[in-house]
Design a protein around this ligand. Structure first.
Ligand SMILES: C[S@@+](CC[C@H](N)C(=O)[O-])C[C@H]1O[C@@H](n2cnc3c(N)ncnc32)[C@H](O)[C@@H]1O
Length: 257
């Protein structure tokens, strides 16, 4: 975690970045308020921890859509790695405005940043090689109830997101989902019959593992229906205090219901 302070101070105002309930993550006002006070926070992990996986799957000339960019530096890191055709979206107008200013000031003028809802993507069909999200889909699950049997409303939102992602991907495009959502919870939605993508995953992190899913459109095989393949990679050794300062999205409200 690239954790900035959990308490951000601006002028005389103190804003507690970590909400009292995970349900706040579903509230656009929470994000606007948070981003008004916070300059940078990297959910889960910085780019260096999963860069080897990005480089394995994303060609430099790919057109990339980052969903729910917040104030992350992921787009800058991708750009520095030669992946320059990037569009970022976020539901928070504050995040978008600050990200636009930050990228302008750093000279990353080609990166587009738009205010948009991932549940209703404002893009045509088949226009991106890669869609990537880090911790954004997880927001939809904070009120899912029993993770083994999420509420219908949660599943409906997650499916709306995935339908949009699947639609905007080019025929051989990939969706990269970086999450703590474990395969047994993600499998039912990723492998819904309407999707043509194959589903693979890897993990990164030390102690606590984060998941790096690769969903490749048009590659679903009949044998893999309902299944997901784990692809093998050399193990990565990380020296980092996992979760110590994590701002838990997965502090679900199970005990609050
Ligand atoms: C947990 S943060 C992750 C931020 C960033 N991806 C990172 O890795 O640091 C979730 C982000 O998703 C955004 N978000 C939440 N709901 C959204 C929606 N429906 N459409 C687009 N962005 C959304 C929030 O404003 C916030 O920036």
């Amino acid at each position: 975690m690239d954790g900035d302070s959990q308490i951000a101070t601006e002028s005389q105002t103190t804003f507690a970045v970590e909400p009292s309930t995970a349900l706040a993550y579903l509230d656009p006002h929470y994000w606007d308020q948070r981003f008004a006070h916070e300059e940078h926070y990297e959910w889960f992990k910085e780019y260096s921890h999963f860069r080897h996986l990005i480089r394995q799957h994303v060609e430099p000339n790919s057109s990339v859509l980052e969903v729910g960019c917040g104030n992350s530096q992921l787009c800058e890191e991708l750009y520095k790695d030669g992946i320059t055709e990037i569009t970022c979206i976020d539901l928070s107008a504050v995040a978008v405005e600050k990200m636009q200013k930050r990228l302008q000031s750093k000279g990353y003028k080609e990166i587009k940043v738009l205010e948009a809802d991932m549940l209703d993507l404002p893009f045509g069909n088949e226009c991106f090689d890669v869609v990537i999200e880090k911790g954004t889909m997880d927001v939809l699950f904070v009120d899912s109830g029993d993770p083994w049997n999420p509420q219908a409303a949660t599943v409906s939102k997650a499916m709306a997101m995935l339908r949009g992602v699947h639609r905007v991907l080019k025929p051989d495009g990939i969706f990269i989902s970086i999450t703590f959502g474990q395969p047994h919870f993600r499998r039912p939605i990723f492998t819904a019959p309407e999707f043509t993508w194959s589903v693979e995953w890897n993990t990164f992190g030390d102690g606590f593992h984060y998941f790096f899913y690769i969903l490749r459109k048009g590659r679903r095989s009949s044998e893999s229906n309902g299944l997901m393949e784990k692809f093998e990679m050399p193990s990565v050794s990380l020296f980092h205090d996992e979760l110590e300062t994590e701002d838990y999205l997965f502090r679900t409200n199970l005990d609050e219901l």
